[in-house]
Design a protein. Structure first.
Lengths: 317, 262, 529
């Protein structure tokens, strides 16, 4: 398969997936009972006023028309306007997305090297003491739901010891980087879960490579320790490793609802939750599609990297 | 040793979750004392935020988490086998595309799906079940289709087909027995994910609301009183953790044995 | 940790459900906010300078500067900081109100015309004068806006704004729709702020309040600095240099932000949060007192079986273990309710006997009504801390009188989100805001209000109208008490407990209570020592 064909196929699949996701999310938010009019109007709003409001928002038209309208605008680069608050969705994204991406990037910066090292150490010698320790630790890591980890961190580090801020207040007019201490607890919470997951995936890949004949051969030649790991195992395990990290990254960007809620961190997950509660379809749609798009790009990049680094990939039919 | 502990852990927590409601003598919703009371006579774990017996709530609060997670796992695995096997046996390009798209649909955050469904069907545990199933299925599909492809490509399916076996026979005698181990292991991993999601649903206030006890929800309910007494938060959190760790260990063990067998 | 999705709909709905929102605290003359001054408030003259950081409940990125649309605590606190009010309720002042933008209100003898006199020399933040036209604009604007909260439409329901007359730059005459005696209190209840004529809440629009906006980040917070143009007799501008209002939706998180030194003020705390803060010498906890308390109550639809039978309604009222709810949910800090809203306000019928906790009596009444094996579902949601908890305990109380009661808890923000659906629920929870009894009755129970749920008593409606339009206080009070006696006996409201508004601050902060209207704290007189 040539590079051109490879990329084309991957892109086509990504676009198809994006379309599927957006239809599913739209269907779910549009078909379910209730809409934003209920959120926007109060008790004394008459039925006629509600109807006017519904028409103003365009919510009285059939769902498929609304979806096609939305999709058409999207193709022109217009994400629409929030029903509640009336802000352009792109504004909201510009405000909140960088904050969520920041958490994801910082977490990845910690997760990537740590998980590769831990995964290699454990995978090189399955069932050795180091493997047991790492496997047990990561096992506990993946076993704890994010909200439990975050709640425990808050309780110990913020409420009891008071060494870190309990709430991630971003300075008004500034960015989270102006007060880096507010990032520590959210990043720790996501790292705890992401690191465990990535390490386990990489360990499995490394363990498979470590039993391959060519690694045995290298061992017999007297190559051991870090040299064996870096020269022989890592290059062959890196494909799966990159894929694992990509999956974890996608989950990091998309799965921040819990952490952002607990720390009142102004990110995309928190807004998503609000938008769903408000039945603000354009916001839910816009955020979901952008989130999915980012995850798709990450997975695509991972595919490309995996193809580049894995000498065998190119030779496959 | 670990294997034993893991199995013991699974059995213990499952027993608490499933049999717990039968052991409860008092009501898990009735107020029996002051809120956040420490352990004392009659209430071995103390009381919760509303002065209800914590032990009674712990014993009754696991069933919903475990049954929802188990139900979702069963459904997701069944769907995963259905789609995965078809994809695994389909012509390569069709299969690739199918798997790829399923794969990509899986990137929609599970919590989002839960939020959306719960907004439409407030207070419904079925919405949580549906959300967990929907978000879990793509992962199962992927694993099953890969396993099916490996078996289908291994030669003896060709032989069976050459013998003139019908596709149904091939499926029954050659494919399914050979992917059973993988499916089982995968189901274990999916179950852990499903436990997380159902507990998180409780924590976020989705699914059946008060006063029904639910380990995830109990963590959330009692968090404000953590400085008064930690047990109402720690006990349910610990049970969720032990359940997940031990199921993980059992799944790992299964995976190792499956790998050893093939 | 409390749920906090969709606070917008929470206040929007809660206020309406309670009372279609504060109409107008009538009959307040002579009432004292009996709250003691905070014991550890430092003494001496207020110091100038400093920036106060306050944590409040707001919404996410859907936040706008239009307080007509935003129903959160943060929305109105921000509005108070930016825009001056006509006046605030002050039981110690001669008219029962402390005028702000207004110098005074003259009422005609027939109670049909109100003349608003605007204080001389007031200016907006750009130095332009504040006139009668601005005041009229501010009262009219929300009237035709379907998205505006009900409270802002109240003047339009009592005064004929279309016939209002601007006599000169400092004089505005408002004719009433029907004679009312309590119009001063209605207009000066703190909710009516002054915008410049034509203002559309643009970020750089000139404003009339003690602070002016510098940064607005929807969902995150607002930064303001002192408005040097703002001055009232005895108050030469705010003491603070700056004010930061931050959105922290979770009660526990607001409290921790305070103890961690991230903010100086934490508003609207949950009862359990307040309890964990009591005794912490880094902070001062303040609880509002009656009448400034919020009722956690339940309402029955009288048009539906079995609630059409007064004996069933009374049985349901007798079943509530009010003391247990107070002790458990409010940790002992609150007011026991007597199934009437607005306790502590003048005009509240505090002479009516307290309804006891009497499960035996309740069972007997149910038996008498032939209501055996009743099955009821109580719908509630975490719209304000304590709401689900009180409902949970109440369902247990109902089980004890033999009713097969179940609780249906909706996710945060959904209970009031679809209001027509909410009023169709036969049995549901709600919460009230502090509003005096008579205006509240007119909005929630009088006429054919859908939220009256079958309460249809023209005789009581007439009593309430009389109470509001009678100039003689004693006579007005007699009518008010008679109306409430009818509500107590036959009504469809079970109001077991009222909870205070709780704030916590750093010990150096003072002067917040002096700004009145405490549930939406104002900072024009606040100072950090």
């Amino acid at each position: 398969m040539t590079w051109g064909r490879f990329l084309l196929l991957r892109l086509a699949a990504a676009v198809a997936a994006l379309a599927v996701v957006s239809v599913l999310v739209f269907a779910a938010t549009a078909v379910l009972p209730g809409d934003a009019v209920g959120v926007l109007s109060g008790a004394d709003t008459t039925a006629a006023q509600r109807a006017t409001l519904r028409a103003d928002l365009g919510l009285d038209r059939p769902a498929h028309e609304r979806y096609l309208d939305w999709a058409g605008s999207l193709l022109r680069g217009d994400l629409g306007t929030a029903l509640v608050g009336g802000r352009p969705v792109s504004d909201l994204l510009a405000d909140r997305l960088p904050n969520s991406v920041l958490i994801a990037v910082l977490s990845l910066l910690l997760v990537a090297p740590l998980s590769v090292v831990c995964g290699l150490v454990a995978g090189m010698h399955p069932r050795a003491a180091a493997d047991r320790a790492i496997s047990t630790a990561t096992l506990c890591g993946v076993a704890l739901p994010e909200f439990v980890v975050a709640s425990l961190l808050v309780t110990v580090l913020a409420t009891w010891l008071g060494v870190l801020p309990r709430v991630s207040l971003v300075p008004l007019g500034g960015t989270p980087l102006d007060t880096p201490e507010i990032l520590v607890l959210p990043v720790l919470s996501t790292v705890a879960v992401g690191l465990a997951a990535a390490t386990r995936l990489i360990r499995t890949a490394a363990a498979q490579v470590a039993t391959a004949p060519f690694v045995e051969a290298a061992r017999l030649r007297g190559v051991t320790g870090p040299r064996l790991a870096l020269r022989h195992v890592l290059p062959n395990a890196i494909g799966p490793a990159v894929q694992s990290l990509a999956l974890v990254t996608a989950a990091l960007v998309g799965g921040t609802v819990v952490v952002e809620t607990i720390f009142s961190y102004p990110g995309i997950g928190y807004e998503l939750q609000q938008a769903v509660a408000n039945r603000d379809v354009p916001v839910v749609q816009g955020l979901t599609v952008v989130l999915a798009g980012i995850a798709l790009v990450v997975l695509l990049l991972a595919d490309v990297v995996a193809r580049l680094v894995d000498p065998r990939q190119g030779r496959h039919p | 040793m670990t294997r034993l502990a893991a199995r013991a852990g699974v059995l213990l927590v499952l027993a608490v979750a499933v049999l717990g409601p039968l052991l409860v003598t008092g009501s898990p919703t009735e107020q029996v004392g002051v809120p956040y009371a420490p352990p004392g006579p009659g209430h071995p774990l103390g009381t919760d935020a509303l002065g209800r017996d914590l032990l009674a709530r712990v014993l009754t609060g696991g069933r919903v988490v475990v049954t929802l997670a188990a139900g979702a796992t069963l459904l997701a695995t069944a769907l995963g086998v259905l789609v995965g096997v078809s994809a695994g046996l389909a012509p390569r390009h069709t299969a690739d595309l199918l798997v790829r798209v399923t794969d990509l649909v899986a990137i929609v955050p599970a919590v989002l799906v839960m939020l959306v469904l719960a907004a439409g069907f407030p207070g419904s545990d079925l919405a949580v079940l549906a959300a967990v199933t929907l978000t879990t299925t793509p992962f199962s599909t992927r694993v099953v289709s890969a396993a099916t492809r490996a078996v289908a490509g291994s030669g003896f399916v060709e032989v069976a087909r050459g013998r003139g076996d019908t596709p149904a026979q091939v499926l029954r005698h050659d494919i399914l027995p050979n992917i059973a181990g993988t499916v089982l292991t995968d189901a274990g991993i999916r179950f852990v994910a499903a436990v997380h999601l159902t507990a998180t649903a409780g924590f976020l206030g989705l699914g059946r609301g008060a006063p029904a006890p639910n380990w995830g929800r109990m963590v959330q309910e009692n968090l404000p009183g953590l400085s008064l007494t930690p047990l109402p938060v720690l006990v349910p959190a610990l049970l969720i953790a032990v359940l997940a760790v031990s199921v993980n260990l059992v799944a790992d063990d299964l995976a190792a044995r499956t790998a050893g067998a093939t | 940790m409390t749920h906090h999705i969709g606070r917008r709909s929470m206040l929007r709905g809660g206020l309406v459900a309670a009372a279609a929102l504060a109409t107008g605290p009538a009959l307040l003359a002579g009432c004292g906010s009996d709250a003691d001054p905070t014991p550890s408030t430092p003494s001496g003259p207020p110091r100038r300078g400093g920036t106060l950081r306050a944590a409040l409940v707001g919404v996410g990125a859907a936040e706008t500067l239009s307080y007509f649309h935003g129903g959160t605590n943060l929305d109105f606190v921000r509005a108070r900081a930016m825009h001056a009010a006509l006046g605030n309720l002050d039981p110690t002042a001669p008219d029962g109100v402390r005028y702000e933008v207004l110098e005074g209100i003259d009422v005609s003898a027939d109670l049909r015309s109100y003349t608003l006199r605007i204080r001389p020399g007031l200016t907006f933040s750009d130095g332009s004068p504040l006139t009668a036209r601005d005041v009229l604009y501010s009262l009219i604007t929300p009237n035709d806006d379907p998205r505006a909260l009900g409270v802002y439409k109240t003047p339009g329901r009592n005064f004929d704004l279309a016939k209002a007359e601007v006599k000169d730059v400092r004089t505005l005459v408002l004719p009433t729709l029907a004679p009312i005696a309590d119009g001063r209190l209605l207009l000066c209840q703190g909710n009516y702020l002054v915008l410049r004529e034509g203002s559309r809440f643009e970020q750089n629009a000139p404003t009339s309040g003690p602070f002016r906006l510098t940064t607005f980040e929807p969902g995150q917070g607002t930064a303001l600095v002192r408005n040097d143009e703002f001055a009232l007799p005895g108050l030469d501008g705010a003491y603070l240099d700056g004010l930061e209002l931050r959105n922290i939706p979770d009660s526990d998180a607001r409290a921790s932000a305070l103890t961690n030194g991230q903010v100086d003020f934490a508003g609207d705390l949950a009862p359990i949060t307040a309890r964990t803060l009591d005794g912490d010498d880094r902070v001062v906890v303040t609880r509002s007192e009656s009448p400034y308390v919020s009722g956690l109550f339940f309402r029955l639809d009288m048009t539906r079986k079995p609630f059409d039978d007064p004996r069933v309604r009374t049985a349901f009222k007798l079943a509530a273990d009010r003391q247990a709810m107070l002790d458990t949910v409010l940790h002992g800090r609150g007011v026991i309710g007597n199934d009437l809203l607005s306790p502590g306000f003048p005009g509240y019928a505090d002479g009516i006997e307290q309804r006891p906790f009497d499960p035996d009596g309740a069972r007997a009444l149910l038996a008498e009504a032939g209501a055996r094996n009743l099955e009821v579902t109580l719908t509630t949601g975490p719209e304000t801390p304590g709401m689900v908890e009180v409902a949970t305990l109440y369902v247990e109380n109902l089980k004890q009188i033999g009713v097969r009661a179940t609780l249906r808890e909706l996710p945060a923000g959904q209970l009031f989100a679809d209001f027509p659906a909410y009023v169709k629920l036969p049995f549901a929870a709600s919460f009230s805001v502090p509003v005096p009894p008579m205006p509240l009755y007119q909005v929630s129970y009088g006429g054919q209000n859908p939220s009256a749920l079958g309460w249809n008593r023209p005789d009581v409606d007439a009593l309430v109208t009389k109470a509001r339009s009678t100039a003689d206080p004693a006579e007005a009070n007699r009518a008010a008490v008679a109306a409430q006696q009818a509500m107590w006996t036959d009504g469809n409201t079970i109001a077991p407990v009222f909870k205070p508004f709780v704030t916590a601050t750093v010990p150096t902060l003072r002067g917040v209570r002096e700004d009145l209207f405490e549930q939406f704290p104002g900072f024009s007189r606040a100072s950090l020592r």
